[in-house]
Ligand binder design. Structure first.
Ligand code: DSN
Length: 432
């Protein structure tokens, strides 16, 4: 392909993606749609600059406004999460975790966290699986015992294992995260064992900020890492909140440890998103959780095996469905995509034991953050459950469902819970 052709094709594909997303149901639990103001910040000139170091101590000129914006982002993060210290420089949640590992531990130390089939994230993984903690920082990993029926850490078994193994770090949180983790219940045990209490809030940061989930920093967590684009509806970026005494170690681990350029346009977008969360976060996060509970109930009534029915399905933005009666998560994910329903396959805690694999696992994971941002409420969750049933249970023609999904989506084109909505949620922005 000639250069100009490739140029035109790339730009056309970007526009096609935007058109496509106007007519689908975005249900991936780790994604969200940012406000137009966040998108505007992402296109600003900060993205072409360098600002190594902390505000006021840069080793580059040209940072007058960049410094002020980063200080605003830090201040907003501290206020929103009631944290003693915030570092807004990690460029992703994985980088935030890696910086935390590097600040608090040495290669060869032991960390306890969730196994990936139980909701752990790849950044917590063992070396033999290529996970960041093991393969990049050289941590030994032991799993926190997990109660599969409750989809949560088994407190008694975990306390016993922590006392026995005396890890250097215990990390709560993960990518399948239905219920608050027992930070309060285990903090003392962890500290007595000589370990740091840490918490990966990538998935639930927006719910924490909105006061609708647990509050890990008040429950004993000493460090909380997160990405800024899941329930927290900002740009793709990362952040670390921690106790004052750990601030220097965290700052040094981030720079010069992990980043040179910390994506200054994303820091600006984080500041905008955090300001919007201060204003609208409580209302938004409450609706996200109400929607997830309503979606769990509606799917259950449609005949789906939604996990944890006896616990109200969820207390977060996610529901997880055991889909094995109808096929595997990988195949169904593909079918649903053709019907305009975008979600992802997910391992269930018992999948590996039962011979399933991460590519074709037994579960699907569904998130309600993005559809909530588009203005959907409990009633619309019933309609989403019906669309899923038409594809998965009834086996209806995918094109027919896709057309109905697109029709349904016509009324949900603007981002809510934001200061202004000058453009539509998925409008392609041209600046040339
Ligand atoms: N693995 C991603 C997810 O939860 O979808 C997050 O990095």
């Amino acid at each position: 392909m000639r250069a100009k052709e490739a140029f035109d094709r790339t730009r056309a594909l970007l526009q096609k993606h935007h058109e496509w997303f106007k007519g689908v149901l975005p249900l991936i639990a780790s994604e969200n749609v940012p406000s137009p103001a966040v998108r505007e910040a992402l296109t600003c000139d900060f993205g072409n600059r360098y600002a190594e170091g902390l505000p006021g101590e840069r080793v580059y000129a040209g940072c007058i406004y960049i410094d002020q914006v980063e200080l605003l982002a830090i201040d907003l993060a501290k206020r929103l999460f009631k944290a003693e210290h915030a570092n807004v420089q990690p460029i992703s949640g994985v980088v935030a975790n890696l910086a935390m590992y590097s600040a608090l531990s040495n290669p060869g130390d032991l960390m306890m966290c969730l196994a990936i089939p139980c909701g752990g994230h790849i950044s917590m993984g063992k070396k033999k699986f290529g996970g960041t903690a093991g393969a990049v920082h050289g941590l030994e990993i032991e799993y926190l015992p997990f109660d599969e029926r409750r989809m949560n850490v088994d407190v008694d078994a975990a306390a016993k294992k922590i006392r026995e193994l005396k890890p250097k770090l215990v990390l709560f949180g993960g990518s399948v995260f239905l219920f608050p983790h027992p930070v309060k219940e285990l903090s003392e045990v962890i500290k007595e064992a000589g370990a740091y209490v840490t918490y990966d809030a990538a998935h639930v940061a927006g719910l924490i900020a909105g006061g609708q989930f647990q509050d890990p920093l008040r429950e004993g967590a000493e460090v909380m890492t997160c990405s800024t684009h899941k329930t927290l509806p900002g740009p793709q970026h990362g952040m670390i909140l921690c106790r004052r005494e750990l601030a220097d170690a965290i700052n040094r681990a981030v720079f010069p440890g992990m980043v040179s350029n910390h994506h200054l346009h994303a820091v600006a977008a984080v500041a905008v998103a955090l300001a919007e969360m201060l204003e609208f976060g409580r209302e938004y996060a409450a609706q996200v959780v109400r929607n997830a509970k309503a979606l769990g109930q509606a799917l259950h009534e449609q005949g789906f095996a939604v996990l944890c029915p006896e616990h109200g399905f969820t207390a977060s933005h996610q529901v997880v469905v055991d889909i094995t009666k109808y096929g595997d998560g990988g195949t169904l994910e593909g079918k649903l995509e053709k019907a305009g329903i975008i979600l992802n396959r997910n391992l269930l805690p018992w999948d590996i034991r039962e011979g399933r694999h991460y590519k074709n696992p037994g579960g699907i994971r569904i998130g309600t953050s993005e559809v909530t941002r588009l203005g959907m409420k409990e009633g619309e969750m019933g309609e989403i459950a019906e669309f899923l049933k038409r594809v998965v249970i009834d086996g209806e023609a995918l094109e027919r469902v896709a057309a109905d999904v697109a029709e349904f989506r016509r009324d949900y084109q603007r981002v809510h819970y934001a200061f202004e909505s000058a453009t539509q949620a998925y409008e392609y922005v041209k600046i040339q």
